[in-house]
Design a protein around this ligand. Structure first.
Ligand SMILES: Nc1nc2c(ncn2[C@@H]2O[C@H](COP(=O)(O)OP(=O)(O)OP(=O)(O)O)[C@@H](O)[C@H]2O)c(=O)[nH]1
Ligand SMILES: [Mg+2]
Length: 193
């Protein structure tokens, strides 16, 4: 939890206080596979259909049109936006009749990649098939989600969280001092008579 209350004393910021940051996620996947709807659920927005026509950057989320993954000329831009992110979510709908992704392509990205099977609530969903396609693509970690029922969404949010201890500034400064200048002030033994 990030504490914004200015009345809180440094001493109140004990070691149990945690600061939580989110890793920046870029969603990649075929058009209509459910990226924008998933983005809306992840951000707690109302679900409304909106065809993505350009790359949209939010605080910790980048949503791009499916055409970027489908069209070789546009696909180069994916590399650009993965470098703007911390993790890449490769999406595949559980209803898709084929996989867009060639086998073992994940090592080409310079960011961590995980898979997302979307639309698992759909009557035509074949979750096992979609999961196997993502495994073939090279995804080691795979989430199964439905933006309609909310299933799997919390797991993605937890995965994106980076928890670290919130320390008072003076304590951090003291540690830095001890590690740098503090060490230098010790007189080396060969100078001591
Ligand atoms: N059953 C079901 N339908 C979904 C789900 N998520 C999205 N949809 C539907 O799938 C359609 C496409 O969803 P979008 O989120 O716009 O897909 P997209 O990947 O952003 O598509 P582009 O913007 O064209 O790349 C919409 O009609 C959504 O309502 C889901 O979890 N379950
Ligand atoms: Mg979209």
């Amino acid at each position: 939890m990030i504490i914004h209350d200015e009345n809180i004393e440094y001493s109140d910021l004990t070691e149990t206080n945690q600061d939580i940051d989110m890793r920046r996620l870029v969603l990649v996947g075929r058009s209509e596979c459910g990226k924008t709807t998933l983005k809306q659920v992840l951000r707690g927005e109302k679900i409304t259909y909106h065809k993505t026509q350009y790359v949209s950057q939010y605080d910790v989320l980048i949503d791009m049109p499916g055409e970027y993954a489908e069209n070789l000329d546009l696909a180069h831009a994916i590399a650009l936006y993965t470098s703007e992110s911390d993790v890449v979510g490769i999406c595949i709908s559980a209803t898709e009749p084929y996989s867009l992704y060639p086998p073992n392509v994940t090592p080409y990205a310079n960011r961590d990649i995980f898979g997302i099977v979307t639309k698992i609530d759909h009557w035509a969903a074949d979750v096992d098939q979609a999961t196997r396609w993502l495994e073939l693509t090279g995804c080691k970690k795979i989430f199964h989600t439905s933006s309609y029922t909310g299933e799997g969404v919390d797991e993605i949010i937890d995965f994106l969280k980076i928890k670290h201890k919130k320390e008072p500034v003076h304590k951090i400064m003291q540690e830095i001092h001890d590690e740098t200048f503090g060490k230098l002030t010790k007189i080396p033994s060969y100078f001591v008579e």
